[in-house]
Design a protein around this ligand. Structure first.
Ligand code: SAH
Ligand code: DHB
Ligand code: MG
Length: 226
């Protein structure tokens, strides 16, 4: 390993992306529009975006729910797994993010399949439960981390046996192992991991990742039958 492991992770991600994740006008435009709008570059990495698409394809997802849109990067990846009549609903608090995301989704030719709902995700999710908008086949949780326990709760309410749930950012540079942390993001992620692991309706694991986005990880769960 070189002295700077981050440089190595970045170079290896470039190597992998050059082979596995061909460049693509819509996704490139989404990333440059993210920067141009002054938004944080906290989208998933390209190879992770493709992984989300593959997960959605593996479960034959027709209805996908995303919590945390940003500029629509992960939404575009996941929506590409959908069949003609499939739908992705993505929830975003910041109307400026939603505006940039809508532009990117239009550019990607996915306006018919992707719907952005603006508002606090806990409010939108509560409305979705009341309106009986579940079940979703695939759910990606990637918004404000302190709300992760609530997002898990709503995800379960909007699930069926077989629904796949992915939670991003469950390692946070390793900070997740600090039981005494005062960081509300890390606290949220720790509770999230505990709740997933202890829930008898879920079978789950979590994986550490390194790469162009640094050191983090994701949780992967499937909702079990009754
Ligand atoms: N999934 C995206 C990244 C999402 S970043 C991708 O990989 O491309 C997290 C997003 O969650 C940000 O856009 C932020 O504005 C949004 N967010 C933060 N708090 C929220 C809340 N309470 N409700 C809905 N969205 C929220
Ligand atoms: C942050 C949020 C994310 O969803 C992510 O992938 C990386 C970082 C953050 O809030 O710092
Ligand atoms: Mg994330």
């Amino acid at each position: 390993m070189p002295d700077n492991p981050y440089a190595m992770w970045h170079a290896v991600d470039q190597y992998l992306e050059a082979r596995y994740v061909p460049s693509d006008d819509a996704l490139n435009a989404t990333l440059s529009n993210t920067i141009e709008a002054g938004m944080a570059e906290i989208n998933v990495a390209p190879n992770q975006g493709k992984m989300l698409m593959l997960f959605a394809m593996m479960c034959g997802a027709k209805r996908i729910l995303e919590i945390g849109t940003l500029a629509g990067y992960s939404a575009i990846w996941m929506a590409r797994a959908l069949p003609e009549d499939g739908q992705l609903i993505t929830l975003e608090y910041d109307p400026r993010h939603a505006e940039v995301a809508q532009k990117n989704i239009d550019l990607a030719g996915l306006s018919d399949k992707v719907e952005i709902r603006v508002g606090r995700a806990v409010d939108t999710l509560a409305q979705m439960v009341v309106a009986g908008e579940g079940p979703f086949d695939f759910i990606f949780i990637d918004a404000d981390k302190p709300s992760n326990p609530q997002y898990l709760d709503y995800a379960l309410k909007l699930s069926r046996p077989g629904t796949v749930i992915v939670g991003d950012n469950v390692v946070r540079d390793g900070a997740v192992i600090d039981a005494k942390t005062s960081d509300p993001n890390v606290q949220g992620v720790r509770q999230f991991n505990d709740l997933i692991a202890a829930n008898p309706r879920l079978s789950a694991t979590a994986i550490q990742t390194v790469g162009s986005k640094g050191y983090d990880g994701f949780a992967l769960a499937i909702v079990l039958g009754d």
